[in-house]
Design a protein. Sequence first.
Length: 225
Amino acid sequence: MNICLVEDENSLAEMIRLNLELEGYDVTYFGNGLEAKRAFEISTNYDLIILDVMLPHVNGIELCRQIRTVSNVPVLFLSAKGTTSDRIDGLKAGGNDYLPKPFDLEELLLRVGVLTNVAKREEHDVIEIGDFRVNCKTFEVTNMNDSAVINLSKREIALIELFDEKANEVIARSEILDKVWGKDQFPTSRTIDNYILNFRKIFESDPRNPQFFHSIRGVGYKFTK
């Protein structure tokens, strides 16, 4: 799992990074708020972000608000400011947890473990297709470039989940009909074609030359990740 650490105190950051890596995490590190802000404008594709509150140039509270405009990735605040009002400010900004400095390393690792386990559970509920995030619980597709939201039907979500489960494999029409429609219904293969056409309109930049949803003549369909 990939953790992003934003901390300007070099010795503390190195200690945190070393111990996270010993626990098996991949760590991306930024030493000030401005570096992190620029990076988060491109991607927040992490399993957890650990943010110091008092950062140079851009503070952690502002960074968390920026993150929350595009992502629900768990955020753990670290801060020398540990009053109740400080913790409330962090949680109101969208933080999931708040750990005052100085802290016990074992407590930090335990909190990281809890938050990354949440991320693992939510990972199964969200499928990324290009610039889009499909939330399989809310049936919503979010464009990560402009935050526009499209609503899908329950069956469309079921079909996307099947494609994601069998990503990069060719799936026979009969298997799709059986798993998504069930044996007590009798749709035609043309029904699947209509769903695929709709997916291409939503997810493909050029529906005539699909990058993700492919029709394999005489066999079935393939979803490419």
